[in-house]
Write a protein that binds this ligand. Sequence first.
Ligand code: THU
Length: 127
Amino acid sequence: MNKKVIKIAIQMRQNSYAPYSNYKVGSAVEVTSGEIIGGCNVESSSYGLTCCAERIALYNALSKGFKKFISIAVSTKNGGFPCGACRQVIWEICGEIPVYICDDKTLLTIIKSSILLPSPFNDKYLK
Ligand code: THU
């Protein structure tokens, strides 16, 4: 396990833009070259436009050209798990990877992406 992914996820909470919920979330993904790419939640006054930290971290990594992911970490003040939308996106983009659930200081739990999203929808249904 690359502990840097946990450290960066925890640090990314500092960049969270969450003036409505005040629930700061940080995330980071580890790519095959060992680089770590971070993201934080970004809220909107229209609420529905809010984007979670996990998706921002993944979209940030994809937009930098990274395609293969080793792990993802998420940090909140109280060890919150990824929401349903993020579980779908993590599964589609990363497949089976460990998801590191952290609070604001440390790793709490490791859970596989397939456990977070059993019986997923995927592109096979679109063919
Ligand atoms: N949030 C995340 O960033 N990730 C999740 O998996 C769950 C929720 C954010 C969205 C919103 O800014 C705040 O947490 C409260 O829902």
